[in-house]
Write a protein that binds this ligand. Structure first.
Ligand SMILES: Nc1nc2c(c(=O)[nH]1)N[C@H]1C(S)=C(S)[C@@H](COP(=O)(O)OP(=O)(O)OC[C@H]3O[C@@H](n4cnc5c(=O)[nH]c(N)nc54)[C@H](O)[C@@H]3O)O[C@H]1N2
Ligand SMILES: Nc1nc2c(c(=O)[nH]1)N[C@H]1C(S)=C(S)[C@@H](COP(=O)(O)OP(=O)(O)OC[C@H]3O[C@@H](n4cnc5c(=O)[nH]c(N)nc54)[C@H](O)[C@@H]3O)O[C@H]1N2
Ligand code: SF4
Ligand SMILES: [Mo]
Length: 777
């Protein structure tokens, strides 16, 4: 039986401390890894049972440089991922005509997958093969190799969950700073959370410790914009309880207060920013009282919160899904950034920084920022940002007779049939494709629509890491080692992609052999040979990560061949930030990158990869004139007409937030519902006044109806909910086989959402304000 720590609370205010090993000195079985459930990837130690696979205990790893022993309650349940009742796929599966699956051996599967991809490429062009996913919250290494496989077949278009959250912010950050920006929450005087509940969703290292430190310090303050009295809002000095979906009115009022009360950092702006006049002109006419009234927040409170931000020596900010998956999301992202840039909070100690990065996950390219060259999706013509087609557009790009429609999809470590808006339409789109390949650990909602399912090893059976490296000034990276042995059958993603490329003849023995020989001689010889091979055969460049895996990979210590792609990554990073790498202890000169790469492989608990000074943010500011760009004309003119404020109508008296992060939600990473111990984790939150008006009590069941679907669900009456607002958890509604029948646990949020309601700049969905009504059952 699995014994997991039950001591950790869930949002009750007590932070789970790393538990000491209760006297059973079995040090040899504690293995170092990380939690895979959110972008923080806290370092953990896992005690493996004598059976070799059970996670008996999980505790925080004090040696991890970012989490330093911290975990939340979710990490303690990682056994439900590794050994849970999810339907694990152990052998490659091929779909029969009747929709059932048969097991085939790897050679057959790989050969047929390569043939099917090549057939689509040859008939329609490789750009008709779209790639989705490439990593979840804990695994990005596979995506590096998957991207290479996709490009090897001529693929151009890709998407991932990031394109239903961050795209608008990617564009705004790109224009204003030319780079991605993060807050220094450890050091800030004021923390500002916009549509973000870090107590539950984290995103900030050691979130609960950090939030409590701010709350307990009279000299520091927290400002939270959220329609619900969340666990974070309860700790805030200023909770602006906005009416759902009306953040654009609230944040434009805040900017107008800065401008009209003369709170701007004018001296700082004169030196560091351009476009101030245009902003002043636009915001000097905003009717602050009217905007506050529409937003539902008391004007005096808005003014006091804004003055607190303006008077602070530093402000760290995090905007997240509450506004990024909502009305006016790109505009709101811009307004939020104006609040802190106008008040001088960029590149100051404790403020907003541009951290170094291994791989720029959330950054717009130069072409994407150029209106004349900006890439667009082939059918719907939607803007591509951060290299990603907006998730909401994917069904439109398939369900059409447009000649450029996608014909095949590779899904790796993602579950779009569950996570993209309008699941019914997404399933229809998958069924309309000539070919669907899914690479996953489990039989998911998406895998059930695939022609082939290739089984991957779990994240605890292989080397893994993420590129969620956003720390500043010291940035952190961890290459995790396997902690349990893989069962026979599944393979790591690098191996899967290498085999597919080889079966298609896109990497040959002639490509591999000389490089392999050079790698055996030494790193310098390898670097020379690799550079020469790419120069001689430029087409090898697109599959370079897989080539590294096959050549450099086998020479790496500890069996870390999957880390081979990091060799190129660390070289690029060192080239871009030699000072940061040097300050982190890797010296300078031509071998610094190799020292960093070797240190990564030798540091199972993770390490500091770059140590920046505060001027680093200025050096990374990549705008044409080297100044922060305050004016975004397309967005300023949006303020001329914000439209009808969303709110209750006769047909749709509620706005539903479809997908709230709770103590026991973790996207669809756990497919075993048993991991959720607490009652009510599946329930629909409703405000007390609304429940009373409708005559429903806690735990009653209701029917929720939206434009796209309906579901029956238990309610949780919540005094902290804004009237007219409903909230459904994310990650529920996954299916599994129980006693031979398929059962669904909870409501899948995207059975209720639509893909046409989306931001007109970034295509991001309006999941947080879906018009809805409730009916008795
Ligand atoms: N426990 C847990 N943690 C997670 C995850 C998980 O599944 N479970 N997933 C991870 C992932 S992938 C992500 S992207 C992050 C997301 O992290 P968050 O964005 O923090 O998570 P959410 O709960 O989706 O939304 C945040 C808040 O938005 C508020 N909100 C709803 N409507 C509005 C509105 O109209 N205006 C404003 N201002 N706020 C509104 C909600 O009340 C909620 O408190 O969490 C990560 N962490
Ligand atoms: N309505 C609504 N929809 C939402 C959201 C919302 O708030 N509301 N949130 C959105 C957000 S922010 C996100 S991030 C997405 C998340 O949705 P997705 O990005 O689609 O992914 P996950 O649910 O995290 O599932 C990841 C998949 O990876 C698989 N997996 C786990 N480990 C491995 C591995 O080692 N290798 C491989 N190959 N596969 C593995 C898991 O089994 C799972 O199928 O959902 C989005 N959808
Ligand atoms: S869920 Fe996030 S905050 Fe919690 S332990 Fe895992 S990585 Fe850390
Ligand atoms: Mo996410």
């Amino acid at each position: 039986m699995t014994i997991l720590d039950e001591t950790a609370p869930d949002g009750t205010g007590i932070e789970p401390e790393p538990q000491p090993d209760a006297g059973t000195d079995r040090a040899s079985t504690w293995r170092t890894s990380a939690c895979i459930l959110c972008e923080c990837n806290c370092g953990v130690e896992i005690r493996i049972g004598t059976d070799g696979h059970t996670f008996e205990r999980v505790r925080g790893d004090k040696a991890h440089p970012a989490s330093r022993g911290y975990t939340c309650e979710k990490a303690l349940r990682l056994d439900h991922y590794q050994n849970g009742r999810g339907e694990r796929v152990l052998n490659p599966l091929r779909r029969r005509d009747d929709g059932t699956y048969e097991e085939v051996d790897w050679d057959t599967a790989v050969r047929e997958v390569a043939e099917r991809l090549a057939a689509v490429r040859d008939e329609y062009g490789g750009d008709k093969i779209v790639y989705y996913g490439g990593g979840g919250q804990g695994n990005h290494l596979g995506g590096a190799y998957g991207g290479a496989m996709h490009r090897g077949f001529g693929g151009r278009f890709r998407s991932s969950a990031i394109a239903q959250e961050k795209s608008g912010e990617v564009w705004v950050n790109g224009v204003m700073f030319g780079n991605a920006v993060r807050g220094e929450f450890d050091e800030c005087e004021v923390a500002f959370f916009v549509g973000k509940n870090p107590w539950m969703s984290h995103g900030v290292p050691r979130a609960r410790t950090t939030l409590k430190a701010i709350a307990n310090d009279d000299a520091r303050s927290m400002v939270v914009i959220d329609p619900r009295v969340t666990e974070t809002a309860e700790l805030a000095d200023f909770h602006l309880q906005v009416s759902p979906g009306r953040d654009a009115w609230l944040l434009s009022a805040m900017v107008a207060i800065v401008v009209q009360e003369g709170l701007s950092a004018t001296t700082w702006l004169a030196e560091h920013a351009s476009g101030f006049e245009a902003v002043v002109e636009r915001f000097s006419t905003i009717d602050i009282a009217a905007h506050c009234r529409i937003s539902g927040v008391d004007e005096d409170l808005v003014r006091r919160a804004t003055r607190r931000i303006a008077s602070a020596s530093s402000v760290a900010v995090f905007e997240d899904l509450g506004t990024q998956m909502n009305r006016h999301s790109t505009l709101v992202s811009y307004l939020e950034k104006l609040v802190w840039t106008l008040t001088g909070n960029f590149a100051n100690h404790g403020g907003q920084q541009i951290p170094s990065s291994m791989v720029p996950l959330v950054k717009a390219s130069t072409a994407e920022l150029d209106p004349d060259r900006a890439p667009r999706s082939p059918v719907a013509g939607e803007r591509i940002l951060g290299g990603l087609v907006p998730c909401n557009v994917i069904p439109e790009e398939i369900l059409t007779d447009h000649p450029d429609r996608y014909r095949a999809m590779i899904v790796e470590s993602g579950n779009p049939a569950h996570s993209i808006a309008d699941s019914a339409r997404m399933r229809e789109a998958l069924r309309a494709l000539d070919f669907v390949l899914v690479i996953d650990v489990f039989m998911t909602e998406t895998a059930r629509e695939a022609h082939y399912v290739l089984p991957a090893t779990t994240q605890f059976e292989k080397f893994e890491s993420t590129f969620f490296n956003f720390e500043f000034p010291k940035n952190v990276f961890q290459l995790r080692r396997p902690v349990v042995e893989a069962p026979a059958g599944p393979l790591g993603e690098p191996e899967i992609h290498a085999r597919i490329l080889e079966a298609a003849g896109l990497i040959t023995d002639d490509d591999v052999a000389p490089l392999r020989a050079a790698a055996e001689v030494g790193r310098t010889e390898f670097a020379e040979a690799f550079g020469a091979a790419l120069a001689a055969t430029p087409s090898l460049g697109v599959v370079a990560p897989v080539l590294l895996y096959r050549t450099l990979g086998p020479t790496l210590p500890h069996g870390a061949s999957a880390a081979a792609a990091l060799w190129a990554v660390t070289r690029r990073m060192t080239q871009m930030n030699p000072m940061g790498v040097q300050r982190a202890g890797f010296g300078d000169g031509p071998d610094a990158a190799d020292r960093l790469f070797d240190a990564i492989i030798d540091s199972p608990s993770g390490l500091v990869i770059t140590d920046d000074d505060h001027d680093a943010s200025w050096r990374r500011l990549a705008t044409p004139d080297g100044l922060v760009q305050l004016a975004m004309p397309e967005l300023l003119s949006e303020l001329d007409d914000l439209g009808v404020p969303p709110g209750p109508t006769e047909e749709w008296p509620f706005l539903l937030s479809a997908g709230e992060r709770r103590s026991f939600t973790a996207n669809t990473i756990f497919r075993d519902p048993a991991w959720r111990r607490r009652a009510g984790q599946h329930a629909l939150r409703i405000a007390t006044v609304d429940a009373e008006r409708l005559g429903v009590a806690d735990r009653d069941r209701v029917r929720i109806v939206t434009e796209r679907g309906e579901a029956t669900i238990e309610v949780a009456v919540d005094g902290g909910m804004h009237p007219g607002h409903l909230s459904l958890p994310n990650g529920t509604g996954t299916d599994r086989v129980h006693d031979g029948a398929r059962v669904i646990d909870g409501v899948a949020p995207n059975e209720l959402t639509g893909s046409f309601h989306r931001d007109r700049f970034a295509g991001t969905p309006w999941h947080k304000s879906v018009p809805a009504r409730l009916e008795p059952v």
